[in-house]
Design a protein around this ligand. Structure first.
Ligand SMILES: C[S@@+](CC[C@H](N)C(=O)[O-])C[C@H]1O[C@@H](n2cnc3c(N)ncnc32)[C@H](O)[C@@H]1O
Length: 221
């Protein structure tokens, strides 16, 4: 089955957070599998598939053309949201990048701080940096889930600006609104954080204390 007709679990989870009828911007689209799937399945009437690099954008263009969706999906060279107008998209997906880069892309966009924009964020690394940044800058996590794909565990965040900055506490940075005591995949995602903290703790006892607290939060101790 081809990737544009059958999304992997990670992109599928991103797709689940996109609101039916929303105009989409997929930032860092690469193959454009996500916008093609969403437009083909009638979830989105229109999408902009954007990438900062010409090569992945060309891959995306080919996927769009092969799917016969050039009338609904526009491919566009863009550094983050810099070449996407404020009235062009309702739902904005930024997936498959590090948490710091995702935070920077949102921070660089002057219209991101509008409550009607809905962000769907999938950090590959450093989700704790992204969550801290979101909290400090008045963005609220409305929904969050995890999935497994290719033997790894990923989280996806559904986020909106509320204008009420609240510094994230040490645990929230790592857990967001996940429920590890009720959901096995959430638990696996947080245990992966704990594993990394245990490695870091060999040089710093503060990481060990944090790993202990996260284990308590998960009900593991
Ligand atoms: C690993 S791919 C992710 C593809 C797809 N979003 C996914 O999750 O499977 C990351 C893509 O982000 C693009 N990218 C990196 N920095 C970017 C930026 N500042 N603005 C737009 N695209 C960017 C890269 O060129 C690359 O194609």
């Amino acid at each position: 089955m081809s990737s544009e007709t059958h999304l992997d679990n990670r992109l599928r989870l991103c797709a689940e957070f996109v609101r039916p009828g929303a105009r989409l911007a997929d930032i860092g689209t690469d193959h454009a599998y996500l916008p093609v799937w969403l437009c083909r399945n009638g979830v989105c009437p229109h999408a902009i598939a954007a990438d900062i690099n010409p090569e992945p954008l060309n891959r995306g263009r080919l996927t769009v053309e092969n799917a016969g969706l050039s009338g609904k999906i526009e491919t566009r060279l863009s550094d983050g949201l810099k070449s996407i107008g404020s009235n062009e998209a309702d739902d904005i997906v930024i997936a498959g990048m590090g948490g710091e880069l995702i935070a920077k892309i949102i921070g660089d966009c002057d219209y991101a701080k509008s409550p009607d924009k809905h962000f769907i964020l999938q950090p590959m690394t450093r989700s704790e940096v992204l969550i801290s940044w979101l909290c400090e800058n008045g963005f609220e996590i409305k929904d969050q889930d995890c999935c497994e794909a290719g033997g790894k565990c990923y989280t996806v965040l559904s986020v909106r600006y509320t204008g009420a900055p609240a510094p994230a506490d040490e645990i929230y940075r790592y857990t967001g609104i996940l429920r590890p005591r009720e959901n096995e995949t959430h638990l696996r995602f947080i245990r992966a954080h704990i594993g990394r903290l245990r490695k870091q703790s060999r040089g710093d006892a503060r990481f060990a204390a944090l790993a202990d607290r996260l284990e308590e939060y998960c009900g593991d101790r």
